[in-house]
Design a protein around this ligand. Structure first.
Ligand code: PRP
Length: 179
């Protein structure tokens, strides 16, 4: 892909990590009523792979929240665009995110979902950019901690492009500077 400067995480590396995360989640949630909450749209690829590595029954639902719009920086403003269809009261929630950046989205999600009386809330994130953190938010299940480069692929976009790349790549500055 010509807009990608280099591959940061290959398909194989991601698959290995997702398998490990799935195994850990399987062990931790044995016999528990688990609801995976995928955060649209970035989490769809990670969620699709992760759920197949969890060998205990799960329910799946989705939320969509706005945070970045089409820009490259977080506005800090979060609002619900699509809410859950399932009830989570008394159930174990695992929020599934592609990336934790400033942490504002996650802080908001944990806050709003806590008010619905779940049995527990944890977070699985494929990627973490700790350098950009503005609030105290730590994923319980983490794939990779990465530097503050502009990454796309495996669900992550820039202006709605590149989500379908099977790897995580660093975008060439030309690709986002031209807009
Ligand atoms: C991304 C990502 C997280 C959020 C993380 O979503 O999927 O939800 O940003 O950023 P934060 O930690 O700074 O809040 P985005 O708004 O880009 O939407 P998308 O998943 O539809 O691409």
């Amino acid at each position: 892909m010509q807009d990608v400067q280099r591959v940061l995480l290959s398909e194989e590396e991601i698959a290995r990590k997702v398998k490990q995360l799935g195994a850990a989640i399987t062990e931790d949630y044995q016999g528990k009523d688990l609801v995976l909450v995928g955060i649209l749209k970035g989490a769809i690829v990670f969620l699709a792979d992760l759920m197949r590595e969890i060998k205990t029954p799960v329910n799946v639902d989705f939320m969509a929240v706005s945070s970045y719009g089409e820009g490259t920086t977080s506005s800090g403003v979060v609002r619900i665009l699509k809410d859950l269809e399932l009830s989570v009261e008394g159930r174990h929630i695992l929020i599934v995110e592609d990336i934790v950046d400033t942490g504002l989205t996650l802080e908001y999600l944990v806050d709003i979902l806590s008010s619905r009386q779940p049995a527990s809330i944890r977070v699985a994130a494929l990627l973490d950019k700790p350098d950009r953190r503005m609030v105290d938010a730590v994923p319980d299940y983490l794939g990779f901690s990465i530097p503050d480069d502009f990454v796309v692929g495996y669900g992550l976009d820039f202006a709605e492009q590149y989500r379908s790349l099977p790897y995580v790549g660093i975008l060439k500055p030309d690709a986002y500077q031209e807009g």
